[in-house]
Every structure is written in C-alpha cells, then in structure tokens.
Design a protein around this ligand. Structure first.
Ligand code: ACO
Length: 323
C-alpha cells in the first residue's frame, strides 16, 4: 500500500526575539506570570519585511534542502495558516511562485492551530489517492499582526514562525512497521466558535480584526479534546502510549501539554516541548517543534511520532506517523 513518508523537514523564524520582560513596559504583566501560567519565555516577532509567505518560503526551502529535492520535484503545496498575506489568492500560491514553481497546485488550509495536523492528514489522502507524489506541507503564521497589543491576556501568548515537511509516496507493507503516516483523527465543533476567534473578516467587518479568546474556556476543553482524538488514533493503529517514541503536541501552553501527556500515560521524556522558545505559533507550532527535535537528534528515522493540535473553531486532531 502507498504511504506518505516524511522525506525532509525545515523551519524559519523571524529575526527578532521578544522576551517576556519586553512586555513589562507595555501591559501589566511579568515574566513570572507568563512562565508560571504558560511555560513561554520568548517568542519571535516578524518585522515588516517578514510575512507568512516569506517565512513559509524559507521553511519550504529548508525542507527541500534536507530532502535533497528542488521545487521541480513537488506537485502540491498545502499551507496551513490563519494569517494569510492577503484574503486571496491563497498564500500557498504565493509561496509556489516564490519557489519558481509553475506546475502542480497549491492551496491554503484554515483550521487555526490544528492547521498543520489537518494539512498532513489531507496531504496523505492526496498522495494515497494518487493526485500527488510529493507534497510540501507548510505551517506558517504571523499572529503578531492580528494581536491586540493592549490585551495582556492574549498578546503575551503568541509568536510568529514557519515549519514544513516534504511528504513523499512510498510503498509500504500496510502494517504499523511502515514508515509514513499510519493513522489520523480529525474533529471540529463550531458550537465553540466564539471562545477563540478574530473579530474581523472580509464578509463581516471588511477589516482584518484582532484575536479574542476566553482563555479559561479554551483551557477547560483542551485536555479532554486532545486526549479523545489521540485515543481514537491509538485505537485505529492498535497501539498504546508505550509504543510511541515521541509526542509532538501543539505548543500553546505547557500546562495543557503536561496534563494531556499525563492523562494519556505518555512518559515526560518522550514529550517535545518548544513553547518556551516560540510561544504559540498556531499552525507553525508542530512543524517548528519537529524541526527542533530532528535537529538535536531526538527524532530519528524509524521513530514512531504522534502529532496533536487543538485550536479555534474548535478544531482538533492527531496524526500518527513513523519518521
Ligand atoms: N499577566 C498578568 N496577569 C494576567 C495576564 C498577563 N499576561 N493575562 C491575564 N491575567 C490575569 C487575568 O486578568 C486574571 O486576573 P483577575 O483574576 O484579576 O481577573 C488572572 O490573570 C487569571 O486569569 P485566568 O484567565 O484565569 O488565568 P489562567 O490561569 O486561566 O491562564 C491562560 C490564562 C494562560 C490564557 C490560560 O487560560 C490558557 O492557557 N488557556 C488556553 C489558551 C490556549 O491554549 N489558547 C490557544 C489555543 S490554540 C489556537 O487556536 C490559537
């Protein structure tokens, strides 16, 4: 059977790093509050010349380099983002053009923080359905552009960045020992749409708007939703938490990550945590965390890796793959 195997990965971060202490003169907050409630210590913030497209392009080029491929080898780009360069065309198409790629096709995927997990699951279906052989899956965000910088309850939480993987069709035996995407579970429920949203848009206000969040409400639902979808993925693949080599969760809040891992029985040393370095970068957070754990030698070829995310909508999902 056809599997979608990760052939390479990469990341890109804005030049400017903003530490928690840098907020202290802007809003009433402290490094201590932010670290204790979220685990975040710093985040990268895009300059005017750094956009979702430019960061996405840089991450894509890094992923292609690590795969030993060029844009000519790619036939589909799926970009997960909630902060596109423009309302349309899709920023994926802009990245396609920046890469000098004038064949194949490209589109954006909008599932907020779950975007990358949705995009990997979608790319896997395109590959297994025979519509694409090699797919660039990118998560790129510039949330700094939609933050209300006077709202301390949100502006300290988010950061900018991009990460990417190249998925490639490869023949597998059809069992859990195969490399590539092995199982996935996706969910959404719009009844929660007002708990985390942006208060603007082309068809309503005609403006871009700012991020609004009922943080406590999001927190309340997060662990249950994350663990439900992971348990569904474990059941589909007929594995348990003990079989995992690495858990790479969405990096929103260290307390949510810890509580989810504990509830699932995933050992602490198997959990990849980068929220301290990047803050919540929405659809970029999982591929950025992957890039850190691959670069430092933790995630290696053949490892069983679980990706998970939950975000606005609410949307949530998990993907199990063998690296
Ligand atoms: N600095 C200091 N105090 C603050 C700050 C801040 N930056 N932000 C809020 N506070 C205050 C609040 O005003 C409140 O004060 P009050 O008690 O006088 O009213 C107090 O701190 C406690 O506020 P809570 O909201 O109850 O704090 P909580 O412990 O829940 O932590 C947090 C807030 C970090 C937002 C938490 O609720 C959380 O992480 N929620 C989940 C958020 C999340 O993961 N969002 C991303 C989802 S992914 C996506 O799609 C984008």
């Amino acid at each position: 059977m056809i599997r979608s195997v990760v052939r390479g990965n990469g990341a890109a971060l804005p030049r400017r790093i903003m530490k928690n202490a840098d907020f202290e003169g802007m809003v009433e907050t402290s490094d201590e509050w932010i670290v204790q409630r979220t685990g975040i210590r710093q985040r990268h913030v895009a300059a005017d010349d750094e956009t979702t497209a430019s960061l996405g392009e840089a991450a894509a080029r890094a992923a292609l380099d690590s795969a030993g491929l060029t844009p000519a080898d790619i036939d589909l780009i799926v970009l997960a983002t909630s902060t596109p360069n423009n309302t349309f065309p899709a920023t994926a198409v802009e990245i396609q053009n920046r890469l000098g790629m004038h064949h194949g096709f490209a589109f954006d995927m909008q599932a907020v923080c779950s975007g990358f997990v949705y995009a990997v699951a979608t790319a896997d279906l395109y590959i297994r359905g025979g519509l694409a052989k090699r797919v660039l899956v990118i998560g790129s965000e510039t949330f700094s552009r939609i933050l209300d910088w006077n709202d301390r309850s949100t502006c300290v939480l988010f950061g900018d960045g991009a990460g990417a993987v190249v998925l490639e069709a490869a023949e597998g035996r059809g069992d859990i020992g195969d490399r590539g995407v092995l199982a996935a579970s996706l969910r959404s429920d719009g009844v929660h749409k007002d708990k985390l949203f942006v208060d603007g848009g082309p068809s309503t206000t005609g403006t871009v708007g700012h991020l609004r969040m009922e943080g406590r409400e999001v927190f309340k639902h997060a662990v249950g939703m994350i663990t439900d979808v992971i348990e569904a993925t474990f059941a589909e693949a007929r594995i348990t938490a003990n079989d995992l080599d690495w858990f790479v969760p969405h990096q929103a809040n260290k307390r949510i990550i810890d509580a989810s891992a504990k509830k699932l029985g995933i050992a602490e040393e198997k959990v990849v945590v980068t929220v301290d370095l990047h803050g919540n970068t929405s659809a970029a957070s999982v591929p950025l965390a992957l890039s850190v754990a691959v670069a430092d030698g933790r995630i290696k070829k053949g490892d069983l890796v679980l990706l998970e995310a939950m975000g606005g909508g609410f949307t949530w999902g998990a993907v199990l793959l063998r690296w």
